[in-house]
Design a protein around this ligand. Sequence first.
Ligand SMILES: Cc1cc2nc3c(=O)[nH]c(=O)nc-3n(C[C@H](O)[C@H](O)[C@H](O)COP(=O)(O)O)c2cc1C
Length: 179
Amino acid sequence: MTILGLSGSLRKGSYNTAALRAAQELLPQGVTLEIFDLAPIPLYNEDIEPFPPEVRTLRERIAQSDALLIATPEYNHSISGVLKNALDWASCAPNPPCEHKPVAIFGASTGRFGTLRAQLHLREICAALDMLVLPKPELFIAQAREKFDAQGRLVDPQTRERLRALLEALVTWTQRFKS
Ligand SMILES: Cc1cc2nc3c(=O)[nH]c(=O)nc-3n(C[C@H](O)[C@H](O)[C@H](O)COP(=O)(O)O)c2cc1C
């Protein structure tokens, strides 16, 4: 099973990207997780046709993966423009690759709520895209500065276990939709 990881933050020291790296260490056997870099994705513009090569690559990688794992930061109580932009490109016809794609969402923030509000918005967006959003478990990594070390390693044992449980649930969820 192949999972594609998307981080809504482009910064080098991103806790969300670091959480995806941690997820790569916690996968069930036989599962791979590729982290897709959203930095080269241009801003969405309906006038741009055909899709730029970076967007084609994103759409292909989504289509080829069995499931998505989205790590969202919280910006002003919502998801980042970077993530929304990528999902907008991915939502376009023909053959929107997100349609009926299993997805687990989680996120890390330096605040107290651990991206709770951003994740609620992201769930609505995923529903608009006809994605199959894993209902549970939820994972809110609050006060991220205390959960990662200076090298960006997820060192909080409880959070590591919760992330492992999320990955296991995503794999079971994805298997339900495989014929
Ligand atoms: C423009 C902006 C808005 C933010 N708004 C929120 C917010 O609404 N809630 C929150 O918990 N953190 C907020 N933060 C802090 C982020 O949680 C913090 O920058 C976090 O590290 C971003 O994720 P990253 O480490 O993956 O880049 C905001 C940060 C920025 C730059």
